[in-house]
Design a protein around this ligand. Structure first.
Ligand code: P6P
Length: 335
């Protein structure tokens, strides 16, 4: 049927056979994330009204404490994961330590969730798109003592990864290792509907995304690559366009669909880059690769990096494969 609407829930059930070892738990977990995303979306869309209701982090006209949206988002996702019963612990950008989910229903939960509940939240009050990024692993062992080490699995071990972008429309994009699919929230029915089936990123593009304000602190190879992007060369569509929103999910999503490269390299202020391996780089790297793209730290494949700590930072070069390969070439030559 031409205009068949497939909701996220229907899609997850239809794709149940993609995870033969799970008995519906991962499906329920993905649905729980979708529900929390809808709740967060409702509040993000009201963010512009916070001034009437009271400054985020301040109190509203009823004198109630208005939560900062990233704290609110964190609470919503952790609550949804807790009540869903499939998650045994959460590593969140908002929490220094692991958040154990030791509710009765989660006693034998198999899954670990790493999450950046609201990335780019500094853009909320200027109405720039922001996002949630999540990464899901299965526990490898039963004993509780190993829980922290269970979070330090390589990105290749993820069982699901995705993001929600709260932009001109709200979308959820995720992979379970069988391609990448995008779902747009239809507010009239309150459902995420399949709008971008089997996303494939262009092999190359003419957009580069980097904070050029840090240019003087970049390593020479990165400087050389950016200068190359800016040269006049009709045959390769250069000079490329510089597009940097300051919101990783928004920059990544645009480049995924149109082709492009996002770079957050090491700088003087951030010698290991700014972005976090567990809940920013790994999930987006898996999505990029599943869509035919590439993700490295300038040299090593992101998904092969063995995490050493929950909030570990790594440099990130991610997007169209030919562009990432070219950037890596300059980095390797430029030192
Ligand atoms: P800078 C937002 O804080 C974030 O984590 C990403 O969403 C964004 O791409 C990056 O940092 C922006 O960092 O240093 O360029 O302001």
């Amino acid at each position: 049927m031409k205009n068949k609407v497939t909701t996220l829930g229907q899609f997850i059930i239809e794709r149940q056979s993609d995870f033969p070892f799970a008995k519906g738990e991962l499906s329920r977990l993905l649905r729980d994330i979708g529900i929390a995303a809808k709740i967060v979306n409702r509040e993000v869309n009201k963010a512009g009204l916070v001034d009437i209701l009271g400054e985020a982090g301040g109190s509203n006209i009823q004198g109630e404490q208005v939560k900062k949206l990233d704290v609110y988002a964190n609470e919503q996702f952790i609550a949804a994961l807790g009540s869903g019963g499939e998650t045994c612990a959460v590593a969140s950008e908002e929490n220094e330590d692991l958040v154990p989910i030791d509710t009765l229903v989660s006693k034998n939960a198999k899954y670990l969730v790493c999450i950046d509940p609201l990335d780019g939240s500094s853009n909320i009050d200027v109405n720039v798109s922001i996002g949630t990024i999540f990464s899901i692993y299965r526990r490898k062992h039963e004993e509780p003592a190993s829980i922290l080490s269970e979070f330090l699995q390589k990105g290749t071990e993820q069982v699901a990864a995705g993001y929600v972008i709260y932009g001109s429309s709200t979308m959820m994009v995720y992979t379970t290792g069988k391609g990448v699919n995008g779902f747009t929230l239809d507010p009239s029915i309150g459902e995420f509907c399949l709008s971008h089936p089997d996303i494939k990123t262009p092999s190359t593009g003419n957009i580069y995304s980097v904070n050029e304000g840090n240019f003087k602190h970049f390593q020479d190879g990165v400087k050389a690559y950016l200068r190359w992007c800016q040269e006049e060369d009709k045959a390769t569509g250069r000079p490329y366009s510089s597009r940097y929103i300051g919101s990783l999910v928004a920059d990544f999503h645009r480049n995924l669909l149109k082709g492009g490269i996002y770079i957050y390299p090491s700088t003087k202020k951030a010698p290991n880059g700014k972005l976090r391996l567990l809940y920013e780089c790994n999930p987006l790297a898996w999505i990029a690769e599943q869509a035919g793209g590439k993700a490295s730290d300038g040299k090593n494949r992101i998904l092969e990096i063995k995490p050493e700590s929950l909030h570990q930072r790594v440099p990130l070069f991610i997007g169209s494969p030919e562009m990432v390969t070219m950037a890596e070439k300059f980095v390797s030559e430029g030192g």
